[in-house]
Each structure stands twice: as structure tokens, then as C-alpha cells.
Write a protein that binds this ligand. Structure first.
Ligand SMILES: Cc1cc2nc3c(=O)[nH]c(=O)nc-3n(C[C@H](O)[C@H](O)[C@H](O)COP(=O)(O)OP(=O)(O)OC[C@H]3O[C@@H](n4cnc5c(N)ncnc54)[C@H](O)[C@@H]3O)c2cc1C
Length: 400
């Protein structure tokens, strides 16, 4: 016989979206159960570059879209949380850089310089200021333009930790795409079944929220649910462990609308710096095998940062997908995506930065349906499940 467990909300997936949602729901008085297949943040979140975009990179061609306007509030939302003044407390999370930057290898064409001086980007971009430039760009060998963006870079594992620790009691390890976990009744979820060795628990909730990133597709599929379609955007990311002492958090822009290269700097457990390389390098590199991608990364780094010698650096690369709702012609989705069908909410933040926006949208849906806190959850009934740990950064596996 299965036991019945009541809770207000079930969340499937413990990435940034599921964990931020869980935190906000618990602080608002809802009871929740969050189920994570493997490790917390171990899908896209901990592998992201941690840039809290304000939309500037999407506005490179001068025309600010709704996308860039929707995302413009996000750095301020995150900064408030990092200061302990926002809707989640991220005071114990680490800021890697107070600014993300943009540089060009050569002096920019006048079209782009006037764009950076224009009303459209006012408040998002500060013009060049030699005194405040990061050390790496004070080198006399650098001759391009340089801008500070009103964007921060965060250490994602520490963010995941801050979101997890206050409400870890309701977080468990379970793969919800196995054993047809979601039991349906006329397109509505009746309950979510968890199978242990000698135990079966049916969780009954008011809403079932799918925040499983790329895994949303298989959770929907295993329950034979017709959810919103998903797209995967592949990236071939490069990691470099080296001894160059000055951190870089910046996009290099050329004449196109996408950054040629995006560099963020992280630190191994032993304190050694690691560059994490994305941007166009990662997008175009999906067709390349590892060796060819590493060769092209070395070439582009030499070309765009000729004054920096990485010496005997250790290089590696890996493939990953960004998971997003299906868009025409694989365009980047504009804002967080939240879709409801009956008592199932499926969501993708589409960017780490847009997570507060996603959570607002979910709360709006709960309010609209008058879903209020109420159920008492007895977590003792789930003692048979393991607890997931926070994922470690990919460079610890690839560069140790
Ligand atoms: C290389 C890369 C760099 C990026 N850089 C940035 C950046 O700098 N700034 C930015 O704003 N965005 C960035 N992004 C996008 C950002 O990382 C994602 O939009 C965001 O992390 C998605 O969060 P999520 O919680 O929806 O998904 P995920 O982080 O993928 O989390 C989903 C979780 O669900 C779990 N799960 C899956 N299936 C199941 C199942 N069956 N049962 C239970 N659990 C399940 C997974 O194990 C995972 O932990 C980047 C993405 C990539 C890939």
C-alpha cells in the first residue's frame, strides 16, 4: 500500500529555477517537496558563466528589443539579494566581479561607439576609464575600446548553496522521469509516486512545477503529457587552467552582433585560476572535435589578447546544451518562460539572470488560481530518499 503525503507544491529539478522557487515558496508559507535527479545545480546552472546580464550584449546592433528591456531589471534584483535586501538572501554567495566588461581588439567603428554613447544603453554601460579598468586591460599592449557594463558575475555554486541551506529539509534525490512518476487523470496530475526499496509514497500537491531544465522533456514524455516543446542550443565550452594573475570578466566584440569570445575567471579548489571561454567560440565550435576546438580557442585567445601569455596552461573542453522553449529559427528566447496546463506548470528561465523573473511569473499564476499555503508536510515519510549535494564545477573534473 502506498502512503499519501500532502504538500502544497512539488518542484521537479534542483537547478537555479527550482531552488529559487523553493526558497520563495517556503518563505511565503507554502509547503514544498523538491526532487532532484542528481546534484543541485548540476545541469546547466553550475556550468553557466554566472553573468547576470542586463541585456547589453543582445542590444549590440543598436535596436533594444523587448528582450533587452525585460532583462534590464535583473542585475538590480540580484544585487539586492546579494546585499540581503531582496526576496531571497544571497549574502553568503560570492560575487566574482562587480562588473562584466566589453572590449574590442581594435578601435571600434564609429557606428558602435555612438551606440555605446547613445540613450539606448544609458545606465547599462559606462565608457572607458583607464584608472578603474581591471589590471588585464591596463597593459600598454591593449589598443581597443573598453566598456564597463552594469552587470555582475556571481559564483554559481555559492548561490546554489545559499538557496539550498535554509530549506534543505524538503529537498530529495529522485529521478521523476522513471517509473512514470506522474499519475494522470484527464490531463491533470493526480499524484507523484515515489518508489523506494520496500516503500511507495504518493505525493498529492496543488501544483506540480517542472523546473528540470533539459530534463523537462523526459519528465513530460514519461508521463505521456503534451507539454510545451523544448529546444536545445548546443555549446562547446573551453576551460583553461593557468597562472596569469589578473581575472577577466568580459565579452570581446567585433563587427557582428554576438561576442567573439566571452571570458569569465573562476578558481579551482586549490586556488588556481581557470578561464571559462564561451561566446561565438562555443557556438561555432559545436561542429568541431575536441582537439580542433582547443586549437581554435588557443588561436582566438592569442589574437584577441596578444599581450597575455598563458604559458604552460592546461586546456580542455566539453559539450553542453542550453535548454529553452521552442523558438522559431532557434532565436534566443526573450524572457523567462512559464506555461501552465491544468495543475502542471512547466518553466525554463532561459538565462540564469532571469530566474527572479521566472519566480514572479509562477507566483502570478498561483495568485490567479487562488493557490494559497495550507498543507502540512511530514518529511519523515520521505526519509527513505537520499539528499542531493551541490554539484562541483566542471573544471574540477576536467582540469585536476
Ligand atoms: C555553458 C552555459 C553558460 C551559461 N552562461 C550563462 C550566463 O552567464 N548567464 C546567464 O544568465 N545564463 C547563462 N546560461 C543559461 C543558464 O545556465 C540556464 O538558463 C539556467 O541555469 C537554467 O536553470 P534551470 O534551473 O532551469 O536548469 P538546470 O540548471 O539545468 O537544472 C535542472 C535540474 O533538473 C534536474 N533534473 C533533470 N531531469 C530530472 C528528473 N527527471 N527528475 C528530477 N530532476 C531532474 C537536473 O539534474 C538539474 O539539476 C548558460 C548556460 C550554459 C549551458
Amino acid at each position: 500500500m502506498a502512503e499519501i503525503l500532502e504538500t502544497d507544491i512539488v518542484i521537479i529539478g534542483g537547478g537555479i529555477a527550482g531552488l529559487w522557487l523553493n526558497y520563495r515558496l517556503r518563505t511565503a508559507g507554502y509547503s514544498t517537496v523538491l526532487l532532484e535527479r542528481q546534484s543541485l545545480g548540476g545541469g546547466q546552472s553550475v556550468r553557466s558563466q554566472g553573468i547576470i546580464h542586463g541585456g547589453t550584449k543582445y542590444a549590440l546592433h543598436g535596436a533594444l528589443t523587448n528582450a533587452s528591456n525585460a532583462i534590464a531589471d535583473m542585475p538590480a534584483r540580484w544585487r539586492a539579494c546579494l546585499k540581503g535586501e531582496g526576496d531571497v538572501d544571497l549574502t553568503s554567495a560570492r560575487i566574482l566581479s562587480e562588473h562584466h566588461y566589453m572590449w574590442s581588439r581594435d578601435r571600434l567603428m564609429s557606428k558602435l561607439t555612438s551606440f555605446f554613447a547613445s540613450k539606448a544603453v544609458r545606465g547599462r554601460v559606462e565608457a572607458d576609464d583607464l584608472e578603474h579598468r581591471p589590471e588585464a586591460f591596463k597593459d600598454p599592449g591593449f589598443h581597443g575600446n573598453f566598456y564597463a557594463l552594469n552587470e555582475i558575475v556571481v559564483d554559481v555554486p555559492s548561490v546554489i548553496n545559499s538557496l539550498t541551506s535554509p530549506f534543505g529539509d524538503g529537498i530529495y534525490q529522485y529521478d521523476c522521469a522513471q517509473h512514470s512518476s506522474l499519475e494522470l487523470d484527464n490531463g491533470k496530475v493526480n499524484d507523484l509516486q515515489l518508489f523506494g526499496k520496500n516503500k511507495r509514497v504518493r505525493i498529492k500537491a496543488k501544483r506540480y512545477i517542472l523546473a528540470a531544465g533539459e530534463g523537462n522533456e523526459s519528465v513530460l514524455h514519461s508521463a505521456q503529457l503534451q507539454g510545451p516543446a523544448m529546444q536545445r542550443r548546443p555549446l562547446h565550452m573551453v576551460v583553461v587552467k593557468h597562472h596569469y594573475p589578473h581575472p577577466i570578466y568580459a565579452h570581446c566584440i567585433g563587427s557582428g552582433s554576438k561576442p567573439l569570445l566571452t571570458i569569465t575567471t573562476h578558481y579551482m579548489a586549490d586556488g588556481q585560476p581557470v578561464w571559462y571561454l564561451g561566446g561565438n567560440l562555443a557556438e561555432t565550435g559545436v561542429e568541431l572535435d575536441k582537439q580542433t576546438q582547443l586549437d581554435s580557442a588557443k588561436t582566438i585567445v592569442k589574437e584577441l589578447l596578444p599581450w597575455i601569455d598563458l604559458g604552460d596552461a592546461q586546456w580542455n573542453s566539453f559539450m553542453i546544451h542550453r535548454a529553452e522553449p521552442q523558438q522559431n529559427a532557434m532565436l534566443r528566447p526573450d524572457s523567462a518562460f512559464v506555461h501552465q496546463s491544468e495543475n502542471i506548470i512547466t518553466c525554463w528561465p532561459t538565462k540564469l539572470a532571469l530566474t527572479p523573473n521566472l519566480v514572479d511569473e509562477v507566483f502570478a499564476k498561483l495568485k490567479q488560481d487562488n493557490i494559497t499555503p495550507g498543507a502540512e508536510t511530514d518529511y519523515n515519510q520521505l526519509k527513505f530518499l537520499n539528499r542531493p549535494t551541490v554539484s562541483q564545477p566542471v573544471w574540477e573534473d576536467l582540469l585536476s
